[in-house]
Design a protein around this ligand. Structure first.
Ligand code: AVJ
Ligand code: FE
Length: 434
């Protein structure tokens, strides 16, 4: 590894830690150890878990060093204790957890200084460090979702997202034909994004932007939540059992709607993407609108396919790393941005806001690509393949650029909506356009 790469890795580790500190220093100790929802860990668990993963991979595995704490691995193993049980565990307290992650970080930086970065696939291109950066950023997004579920006075601040700058068409035609899905060249891509492979995708139309609050409110006003026709069998059963009537965090406000964002209640912004809907709600909206959700392959083709060259790009706008003008990422804003706010991030075909704003539900389950190889551990992806999950793509306003790219795959249960989840619709183009 070159000195430049070492410096870049250290900067990414530091950036992730600054965000972790912001999310955990914003609340008092009582709020750190409390459970804000049975779906979430106490924030203090995420904090020490981030340090424990860093210790396991960077300090012990890459560095070959002695454990910082050999007694706590089990407490912070996500597979040993479901989130709902974590508050009752003998967890490190706030001060202990902060001291622990600091000690681990000091050792990890020392390992980074001394490691030979050409010493095998785990460290090639700084992969193990990149994996740990992404892991911390993913937990930071999870902690941000916990903040959204927290009650009480607001503690997070951010400037509002940019306004719409362009008018968008309803939908865009993506021509039929083969494209390259997944990657062999993205240095920090996780195992489930590999390998690159060719997929035949017939022509389809896809929304130019995610479905907005205004459109979603029309679905509600049209009685969409009470009309079984639009819902799958499982979706309807869940709608009934959970009593769903609107996205999470929405409340009636006169004859309109308000929503609460991180402790502040405001009128819904009509042209912002709808957020906090589950897969079943997305599916029902699409059926009501005479559309369907895109498959994962369709989403990735819309995001990466360059019709001029036939090649797949890293991002909709090209191969350059995300900048603030491209996409609403990284918790710079505490909200998705209105449709048309990021013309610089559009794909060559004119599909907007694929990256950032809201995670987008696709109709696809979570499966390995042909030729998949576990790397470096089964518990990241392999154990989830074929489970009751749907793939989400593109990242949200709470996703950091380090954990977001055109190939990045997220997944969750179809009933979940505490994540920053929205969607866009698609439809078949028909043979005459293929
Ligand atoms: C890929 C976002 C589903 O948060 O459960 C964090 C990422 N894996 N620690 C999750 C992850 C292990 C994962 N998701
Ligand atoms: Fe984790």
């Amino acid at each position: 590894m070159t000195q430049d790469l070492r410096l870049a890795v250290a900067a990414e580790l530091e950036r992730a830690r600054a965000r972790t500190a912001l999310l955990t220093d914003a609340v008092d100790d009582n709020d750190l150890v409390r459970q804000h929802s049975p779906l979430m860990s106490p924030l203090v668990w995420d904090l020490a878990h981030v340090g424990n993963q860093e210790e396991l991979w960077l300090v012990r595995d890459v560095g070959g060093r002695e454990p910082v704490r050999r007694d706590i691995d089990e407490l912070y193993d996500a597979f040993k204790h479901p989130r709902g049980d974590r508050p009752a565990l003998p967890l490190l307290g706030p001060a202990e957890a902060r001291a622990y992650v600091g000690q681990v970080r000091d050792k990890a930086l020392d390992v980074l200084d001394r490691v030979r970065l050409d010493d095998g696939p785990l460290v090639a291109d700084g992969f193990a460090f990149g994996m740990i950066v992404q892991h911390e950023q993913q937990h930071d997004e999870t902690m941000l979702a916990t903040h959204q579920l927290r009650t009480g006075a607001p503690v997070l601040d951010a400037v509002p997202p940019p306004q719409a700058r362009v008018e968008l068409p309803e939908e865009v035609l993506v021509p039929g034909g083969a494209f390259t899905m997944g990657t062999d060249t993205e240095a920090w891509a996780l195992d489930n994004e590999r390998p690159a492979h060719t997929v035949e995708v017939p022509a389809f139309f896809i929304d130019a932007a995610p479905v907005t609050n205004a459109r979603y409110a029309e679905f509600i006003a049209a009685g969409g939540y009470d009309d079984q026709r639009w819902w799958s069998e499982r979706g309807w059963a869940h709608r009934q059992a959970a009593g769903l009537t609107a996205p999470q965090h929405w409340q009636r406000d006169g004859d309109g709607w308000a929503c609460t964002k991180f402790g502040r209640t405001e009128k819904i912004v009509p042209d912002e993407p709808v957020v906090h809907v589950c897969f079943f709600e997305a599916e029902a909206f699409a059926a009501w609108a005479g559309r369907r959700l895109p498959t994962e392959a369709e989403w990735e083709k819309a995001a990466r396919f360059d019709p001029a060259t036939g090649r797949s790009r890293r991002f909709p706008w090209g191969d350059d790393a995300p900048e603030a003008r491209h996409a609403n990422l990284g918790q710079r804003h505490l909200s998705p941005a209105p449709a048309g706010a990021y013309p610089d991030g559009a794909s060559p075909l004119g599909v907007h806001q694929l990256i950032g704003d809201v995670w987008e539900w696709t109709s696809s389950g979570f499966h390995p690509y042909p030729g998949f190889r576990v790397f470096p551990y089964e518990e990241y992806s392999q154990v989830f393949f074929g489970g009751d999950y749907r793939v989400l793509r593109g990242g949200s306003f709470g996703t950091d650029a380090a954990a977001c790219r055109g190939t990045f795959r997220n997944w969750d249960h179809p009933i979940r909506r505490q994540i920053f989840s929205g969607f866009r619709c698609a439809r078949d183009a028909g043979p005459e356009l293929t």
